[in-house]
Write a protein that binds this ligand. Structure first.
Ligand code: SF4
Length: 297
């Protein structure tokens, strides 16, 4: 059974660690826990800090930052005009809970008014509900959206991302965002050895991404953090023991996959970027600071 607890956050904008360059300066996550339940999700680890487990608790014991609007209004006054904010770095801001709680929508309203640049990462078509807010911000290049799709194989996705919407539906969202002139990219991340990483699978995925008009594609391989490692293998082994064994071999005791695998994958991806004329980088975004918006700071 799913439970939702209202949470009073002491802060909602978290600064990225010094020296880390992810293309943003602050992260914003309206929720803790995520009912999309992706087996590879590195954010599972963070549920342990709440005294909960990284397995079903992460998917079922969810927290909503009830005071998000008040905290965000206050914290926005303390960051510079050139700060970039990423929504959805550790939990999906459009997971089903957003349908009733509408915290992400509130954040978009405030960020839109502030004029600051921000990005949103999601797997959910629920983002389309907020097209009325996002389209004008996208048209003036204040916001970019990234939709995650790691495979077109619906059965595989049901195993790996059991609570997330089907991949073709997510690509339809990419099409709709693109048609609204919002910068939209696709995260093919993580690529998992043995599961949807064949040349044919990735070719089909890149072809579909090209067809829906994505502006860029970002890729990365799975990182197996120590706390996630055994949980992940426990989940993969029952439905694909061969892939689980292959992964154990390719990762060894490390968090990152073997260098030879990475090099071969990188060559394959280079070919696919060229074949489908896809960019690796999003368009440049710009803050939209008017005199009225200066009152925010
Ligand atoms: S949608 Fe994102 S945050 Fe949610 S479980 Fe999947 S990877 Fe984790």
């Amino acid at each position: 059974m799913r439970t939702i607890r209202q949470w009073q956050a002491s802060t909602v904008l978290n600064r990225t660690a010094r020296g880390q360059n992810f293309g943003f300066h602050y992260s914003l996550n309206p929720y803790r826990g995520c009912s999309h339940g992706c087996r590879y999700c590195y954010a599972r680890e963070s549920h342990a800090y709440l005294g909960l487990n990284i397995r079903e608790d992460f998917e079922r014991k969810l927290f909503a930052k009830q005071n998000l609007a008040q905290r965000l209004s206050a914290e926005l006054t303390r960051i510079g005009h050139d700060g970039v904010i990423a929504i959805g770095t550790v939990t999906d801001p459009y997971q089903p809970l957003e349908g009733s709680q509408r915290l992400t929508r509130m954040a978009i309203e405030l960020l839109g008014q502030s004029g600051l640049v921000f990005t949103i990462t999601t797997k959910s078509p629920l983002v389309e509900r907020d097209l009325d807010l996002l389209a004008p911000l996208g048209q003036r290049r204040q916001v970019a959206i990234q939709v995650s799709v790691i495979s077109l194989d619906r059965n595989l996705i049901k195993r790996l991302e059991p609570g997330a919407p089907p991949p073709r539906r997510r690509l339809e969202t990419v099409r709709r965002l693109s048609q609204a002139n919002i910068p939209v990219g696709v995260f093919v991340a993580p690529i998992i050895p043995g599961l949807g990483d064949s040349p044919d699978d990735l070719d089909a995925l890149f072809s579909a991404i090209h067809a829906v008009g994505a502006d860029w594609v970002m890729t990365s391989t799975t990182r197996l953090a120590p706390a996630l490692r055994e949980y992940f293998f426990d989940e993969i082994h029952p439905f694909d023991p061969k892939a689980a064994l292959q992964m154990r071999r390719l990762y060894g005791p490390r968090q990152y996959v073997d260098f030879t695998y990475r090099r071969q994958l990188s060559r394959l991806l280079d070919r696919l970027y060229r074949r489908y004329s896809l960019s690796r980088t999003p368009p440049i975004l710009r803050p939209h600071i008017t005199k009225e918006q200066l009152s925010f700071f």
